[in-house]
Write a new protein. Structure first.
Length: 143
């Protein structure tokens, strides 16, 4: 799905997040810089049940998954500032696999951990989610 994230980011001038247990990633526009877009919006797409994608909404100032190296190799001069602008949020993210090892002592409280599991350096956060039959996603933030 890596190419799709760049297509969406460039077409609509948004930040795209693909969240997946195998690896989540952030996609910034390749040709538009942060100063070219007056309101920075994001689209979050989550892969669930190993067979479909769901759009979800995240709280403001959430940690951001890793930016693919492909972005660094193909960005225009105008787009250089994205990763600098969001550096704190990008550095606050820890991959789901690393977090699973760190928090393996946490009991599963009903719903299982979903795709975006993050940890800010000073305030660890774990997102647990349950998905209803109508594909509404309910998340709980544990501190």
């Amino acid at each position: 799905m890596s190419d799709i994230g760049f297509l969406i980011a460039n077409k609509y001038g948004v930040i795209v997040y693909f969240l997946d247990k195998q690896g989540s990633s952030t996609y910034f526009p390749l040709w538009h810089g942060p100063e070219d877009i007056s309101h920075h919006r994001s689209i979050v797409i989550t892969f669930v049940y190993n067979d479909h994608y769901v759009k979800v909404d995240l709280q403001e100032s959430h940690p951001m998954p890793t930016v693919l190296s492909l972005w660094h190799h193909h960005i225009s001069q105008r787009a250089v500032g994205w990763d600098i602008l969001y550096n704190v949020r990008l550095n606050a993210y820890i991959s789901p696999n690393a977090l699973r090892r760190m928090w393996s002592f946490l009991p599963i409280l009903g719903p299982t951990p979903l795709v975006l599991q993050t940890s800010a350096k000073s305030h660890p956060m774990v997102f647990y989610a349950s998905i209803t039959k109508t594909t509404n996603i309910h998340t709980t933030l544990l501190r």
